[in-house]
Design a protein around this ligand. Structure first.
Ligand SMILES: [Zn+2]
Ligand SMILES: [Zn+2]
Length: 169
């Protein structure tokens, strides 16, 4: 649960503003596991509810597209939404409302934005060597012990000959 206390702003006059620092070590948002969710949110009381705006940094657990190992992908969430007032009907567009105790659970919003922020092909590290097509082993962890046969392009052979010739000259 990503709990945001809105007990003051929800009952304030339209135009009232508040700034909130969010810091959550770990959160399970639907099927996504997030860690280190943090950032600053600007809250503004608007006619329809409380508008929230801000940037949150987090790391989302995903799987490397190359080596299939789970890892945490850094994701920046640009939150820009409106939280409905207590008693308002929940809709697909407005899936979050302030409950009668004065707080809201941001889980549906954060989940949606976190998905949007995830790359289509997340890579655990720029130099991830991936899975060996021969044995299926992870090349990063030494699971694959296949000997790579390096074939030298004949054009490079010619160049090498040229270079060694000039060395001798
Ligand atoms: Zn990888
Ligand atoms: Zn291999």
């Amino acid at each position: 649960m990503i709990k945001l206390i809105l007990s003051t702003i929800a009952y304030a006059k339209v135009g009232a503003q508040e700034s909130v620092d969010l810091h959550i070590d770990q959160a399970l948002v639907g099927d996504l596991e997030l860690i280190q969710l943090q950032g600053n949110l600007q809250l503004t009381r608007v006619a329809e509810g409380v508008s929230i705006h801000g940037e949150l940094d987090t790391q989302v657990k995903t799987e490397c597209a190359r080596c299939l190992t789970p890892f945490f992908q850094p994701v920046t969430i640009e939150l820009e939404d409106i939280i409905s007032l207590p008693g308002a009907e929940l809709t697909e567009e407005r899936p979050v409302r302030v409950n009668k105790d004065g707080w809201a659970d941001l889980t549906p919003l954060v989940r949606e934005y976190a998905w949007l922020g995830l790359p289509v092909n997340p890579i655990c590290s720029p130099d991830c060597k991936g899975i060996c097509p021969e044995c299926g082993g992870n090349r990063n962890t030494g699971e694959c012990t296949c000997v790579e046969t390096v074939t030298i392009d004949p054009r490079w052979e010619a160049l090498r000959d040229l270079m060694s010739d000039s060395d001798q000259a």
